[in-house]
Every structure is written in C-alpha cells, then in structure tokens.
Write a protein that binds this ligand. Structure first.
Ligand code: MG
Length: 453
C-alpha cells in the first residue's frame, strides 16, 4: 500500500487519490487507536468535497466507538482551539490548505490541538492497513454538535484590547474558510474592514489559495485604490497570513513573522524564538534586539512544534507566513497573526512600511535543480565536502553560512529536485551566492550520474 501520510497529513485528488472509503478507514483507525472510546472534534473547510469526507469520517469514528463533536465549518486554528476548549481526545480537520479546489486532505490533532507526530501518523497507517476494529451496536459512538466560532472570537477578544486607531484593512480570504472569522474579528477589534473574496465558494474563483506574491496582485492594487492601511491575505484554511503594506508592497512570510515576534515578545525576558533553517536572518536580528535565543529546526510544522515541546519557546514561525503563538495554540495561527500584526501597528502608531523598514533589508532568491531521488543523499554529501571551508549547518539539507549571507541547498521530499535558496544584504551578493550554489550542485549531480553508470 502506498504511504497515506505525506508532509501535510493525508492529501490528494478527490475521489482518485483520496476517497470517502479512505476517510472512513482513517476515522475507524483513529477510533481503534483511541481504544474505541473517547471523543473527537471534527471540523472542515468549505471545499465542495469537505462535507462528503466529514460524513465518512464521522461514520468511521462512531463505528469504532468514538463520540464525535461536530464543529462544522472551521479554519484549522479554530479546530485546534475547539479540540482543547471542549476537552476532546483528538481533533480532525478536513482541508487541503493551499491546494487547488479538486484536492482535499485530512489532518489529525492531538488533545492539545497540535498536529499528530509522525510516529502517531504511522500508527494510524498501520491500523488502516490491518483494518480497524468495529464495535458492537451497543457501543457505537454518539454524535453531537457545538458552535466554536463565538468561543474562539471571545477568547481572542479577552487577550487583545480594542485598537486605538480605526485601521482600514482589506481582507482577502480567497473565498475560503477564513471568511467566517477574520473579517468579523477585525471589525470587533475596531477596524474598518473591506472584505475581498470573502464570500464562501468551494471552487475558489477569486484567486489561487496560496498567499504568495503571484496570487496577491489584485489585493495589492485594491489596498492602494482604497487608500487602505494594509491588506491581509490568508491561505485556504487560515493558518497562514501575509501582509500587504499601504503602498501595495507584499511582505514576505518571514518578515511578517519577524515583525509580529518583535512586538509579541517585547515584554518577555530572554524569549525563545523557534524557527526553521529556511527563514531570513531578520529573525536573528529580531532575536538580538529582544535579547533572546533562536532555535532553528528542520522545515515543517511538526518540527517547529516538536522543538517547542522538547526545549520550550515563546513564538514559532516559518518562511511561508505560518506563525505559532505557543501560549495560545500549538498550530500555525493565521488569524492571530493578523490580529497581532495590527496590534503592533496600533501600539506603535506606525504604518506597515514604517514597521517594515525598521528591520534590516535582505534579498532572497529561490531556484530549483532537477536531480533523481536516488542520487540526492550522495549529492548532498559531496556538496558538503566542496563547501568544507565554510560554516555548515546540516540540520536539513545543507546550509552554508557566509559572513554576508547564506545559502541553503535542500532535497525536496516530494519531487525529484533540489531547492537552492540564498539570502544576502545586497541584490548583487545574493545573485553570486545562488549562482555559486547552482554551479556546485550541478557539478555534484553530474559527477554522481557519471559514477552511477
Ligand atoms: Mg494552510
């Protein structure tokens, strides 16, 4: 059987790679894993297939003896909140995050609302392969429903005070599930919200779901045209947020994270920032400003949360705009990111561009090089020998640290490619670094191909 779980839980093309049968099997597997008792919170995004999968999962869970608390249409962070708020034994969110509408996915959360560790995912996989345990009719689980949105919004309003200024913000939820929370919450905090792509539509006609610059042109133009103070863009399940400044400039995910961290941690003593090796050096600058410590991990949400659980931390974040507020929830929190970003503007009385220029500027370039999967390990090893004279970090792939920048060469976990990523203080230097990386990488791949013949 092919592996069910990938980098982002279970994900696939609806009714081809991911079917309601699989969803049922996974629901039953979780119930079996929980020893055929307990209660599971289930929520879903607004994809056209999400309710279908929800029914199948609820059937699997109850057939395996688990009670189900149906939380309905919920962004991923809200389901994480709900799992803990209603003291459930686990949570399931049905979403394919930023993937196109024809995809869907299933993600499992533990009782603290954090994504399952790889180890537990593998346990579920084994149960699916061997077949879960159905219970007798007397032990079939009960199904109940609860509203979580109001409690979630109330909990945030208890933590964040209303803004002093009436910020004008364009909110672009991509017609996805963030629409049910983000505009409403920002209005309650005192913003003037102009909502864009905030009508729920599971075919996502407004824009592509990934909040990357090529999908945010219309938002940037709207911010400028409406003379708004900022734009907020979320991905398909609202666990990631990207910010656009008042001039229509799109901030990178790690800068959004850096600015939020700087503000969020301003009163903490020696705060600990957990981030991956792929985020900008601007995080090191922020950590220095705060007198804190930076912990760099492998790439991926489970790695960031795992590091927090092992060694502690105050905030976590990734280069794609995912931010973790560990004393709030143990998942990427795109909604709280938007709130905390506005809170930073409000308390400092500063525009997005003013906040952004208060941090050092860096240039980044990302490239890719094709490489057969079976050669990746050997290529990486020879590459690290070629860079032996520099400071190297082998946490995930190979990170070469120079005095004025860094280079990250990393094999993709899903495609036969290497990613080559460089950062430096000037445009010229970053070009040099990425070209150096590409040149050396191509030489190593060529050498390995020759050796393999
Ligand atoms: Mg997401």
């Amino acid at each position: 059987m092919p592996r069910l779980f990938g980098t982002f839980g279970v994900r696939g093309l609806v009714n081809r790679e991911l079917t309601p049968n699989t969803a049922f099997d996974l629901g039953l597997a979780l119930a079996t894993h929980l020893k055929n008792k307990g209660r599971v919170a289930v929520g879903h995004d607004n994809r056209t297939s999400s309710e279908m999968f929800e029914h199948a999962i609820v059937a699997g869970l109850t057939a395996g003896g688990c009670d189900v608390l149906r939380l309905g249409l919920t962004p991923t962070p809200v389901l994480s909140f709900g799992t803990r708020h209603f003291s459930c034994d686990a949570g399931i969110i049905i979403t394919a995050s930023h993937n196109p509408p024809e995809y869907n996915g299933i993600k499992f959360l533990d009782r603290e609302g954090a994504g399952f560790e790889r180890k537990r995912e593998r346990v579920l996989e084994r149960i699916v392969t061997g077949g879960g345990k159905l219970v007798s009719w007397k032990h079939i689980g009960h199904v109940s429903e609860a509203d979580v949105l109001d409690s979630y919004i109330r909990a945030i309003l208890e933590r964040v005070s209303k803004f002093k200024y009436k910020w004008k913000v364009v909110v672009d939820c991509a017609n996805a599930v963030g629409s049910v929370v983000t505009p409403r919450l920002l209005r309650e905090l005192g913003c003037k919200v102009i909502s864009m792509n905030c009508q729920l539509d599971g075919t996502f006609p407004g824009r592509k779901l990934e909040p990357v610059p090529e999908n945010l042109g219309e938002l940037a133009r709207t911010v400028v045209a409406c003379k708004a103070d900022l734009g907020i863009a979320q991905d398909g399940d609202a666990d990631r947020t990207i910010v656009v400044d008042e001039q229509g400039k799109i901030l990178s995910g790690d800068r959004v994270f850096a600015l939020v961290a700087l503000h969020y941690l301003r009163k903490r003593k020696r705060p600990r920032i957990v981030t991956t090796i792929a985020t900008s050096s601007v995080l090191d600058d922020v950590t220095k400003k705060l007198g804190g410590k930076i912990l760099r991990t492998k790439i991926g949400e489970p790695e960031v949360v795992g590091e927090f659980r092992k060694r502690g931390g105050d905030i976590g974040g990734e280069e794609n705009g995912g931010v973790f507020f560990f004393d709030w929830l143990l998942c990427r929190e795109g909604i709280m990111t938007a709130v905390k970003f506005l809170d930073a503007m409000d308390r400092n009385g500063k525009s997005v561009s003013e906040l952004n220029t208060s941090l050092p500027r860096y240039h980044q370039v990302k490239k890719r090089v094709e490489c057969p999967n079976e050669l990746k390990v050997r290529v990486l090893n020879t590459l690290s020998k070629r860079f032996a004279e520099y400071k190297l970090d082998r946490t995930d792939g190979l990170r070469v640290v120079f005095d004025d920048g860094w280079l990250l060469v990393r094999p993709s976990g899903t495609e036969p490619i290497f990613r080559c990523f460089a950062e430096a203080k000037t445009g010229g230097r970053v070009k040099e670094l990425v070209e150096l990386g590409l040149r050396e990488l191509k030489l190593c791949i060529k050498a390995q191909k020759r050796a393999g013949r």
